[in-house]
Design a protein around this ligand. Structure first.
Ligand SMILES: [Zn+2]
Length: 92
């Protein structure tokens, strides 16, 4: 008898983890320049959320955000507009 496994799902809340280490890199989505509202998220939570998405969807989102090495995620913060944050947090 085993309990059903819970699959963690990214939510806007899980994206908002405090960045504990010094931030060396900054990336942003393409919408920042058009004056959209948005927020910074830790690179680690961004990468974690991307990994949970289907490949196409992850690629589509990643294409809108400046690329960085995932190994740099602990030292990277990512600015996402509200729409991109929602897209990365929702499942289709
Ligand atoms: Zn965006």
């Amino acid at each position: 008898m085993s309990a059903p496994r819970r699959i963690p799902r990214p939510t806007p809340q899980t994206l908002q983890e405090p960045v504990s280490e010094p931030v060396w890199h900054e990336r942003e989505c393409i919408h920042r320049r058009s004056g959209q509202l948005g927020e910074y998220y830790s690179g680690e939570s961004y990468v974690r959320a991307l990994k949970l998405l289907r490949r196409e969807r992850a690629a589509r989102i990643a294409g809108k955000v400046g690329a960085f090495y995932w190994s740099d995620a602990p030292r990277t913060r990512v600015w996402l507009c509200i729409d991109c944050a929602e897209e990365i947090s929702s499942r289709d």
